[in-house]
Design a protein around this ligand. Structure first.
Ligand SMILES: O=C(CO)[C@@H](O)[C@H](O)COP(=O)(O)O
Length: 228
């Protein structure tokens, strides 16, 4: 499997979350956006919903925490059943300690960068992580336009991953669609979050398959596009 497609539940119908989660079985992970109305100006869901979702679907949960003080809260999401927990670099007080704690609990540890946060200051931290998330919109809402200006950051991050020979997944999130996924893949991303491009269609599972085909074509031949 060279690429991964993670539908974002933020664009789903929240009154039918279990059904919406099952509608994308075949996706690699279900992306769950946790927002606290402080780190971002929006409020979504928390630990009890993640716990219920983990029981409702066989698809592993990729929890993206857009919250203040992830050092305090992130371990609770690992405990609730998330297989991958992403905290924001801008919010974490002790990212290395937090990543180690998440890994110790058996979750994949991931860190996200907002559009204005550069990757370079975090180069030495990368071996502590299983995934790096580059936001391709300002976090907080689904359905925003993809920020093309993030493509150089994706390329620079892929170069760092290759230079240090790391097994680090590179995720992009925000405005990822049939119109933009190939540019992200060519720049070096291998994990793609898509909300409206999946749940905004009549057939979410087919949308996942189609995005996967596009991303696979765009990465075929890339030296880093090997099995996860
Ligand atoms: O984290 C976020 C938004 O902050 C994302 O996960 C969105 O849910 C992606 O939605 P689309 O841009 O794909 O519609």
């Amino acid at each position: 499997m060279a690429v991964q497609i993670n539908p974002s539940i933020l664009s789903a119908d929240f009154s039918r979350l279990a059904d919406e989660a099952r509608a994308v079985e075949g996706a690699d992970w279900l992306h769950v956006d946790v927002m606290d109305n402080h780190f971002v100006p929006n409020l979504t869901l928390g630990v009890p919903v993640v716990e219920s979702l983990a029981k409702a679907t066989d698809t592993p949960l990729d929890c993206h925490l857009m919250i203040e003080d992830p050092d305090r809260w992130a371990p609770q999401y690992a405990e609730a059943g998330a297989g991958s927990v992403t905290f924001h670099a801008e919010a974490a007080h002790a990212p290395v300690r937090l990543a180690r704690e998440l890994r110790r609990m058996g979750a994949r540890a991931s860190m996200a960068l907002k559009p204005a946060t550069p990757i370079e200051p975090f180069e030495d931290l990368l071996p502590e992580l299983d995934m790096l998330l580059i936001m391709t919109v300002e976090p907080g809402f689904g359905g925003q336009a993809f920020l093309d200006i993030m493509l150089p950051k994706i390329r620079r991050t892929r170069e760092l991953i290759s230079r240090h020979n790391l097994e680090l997944w590179l995720q992009v999130d925000g405005g990822v669609s049939a119109a933009t996924i190939e540019r992200c893949a060519e720049a070096g991303a291998d994990v793609f979050v898509a909300g409206s491009a999946v749940y905004g269609t009549d057939d979410p599972a087919a949308a996942v398959r189609s995005l996967r085909t596009q991303a696979e074509k765009a990465t075929s031949g890339a030296p880093w596009a090997c099995a996860h």
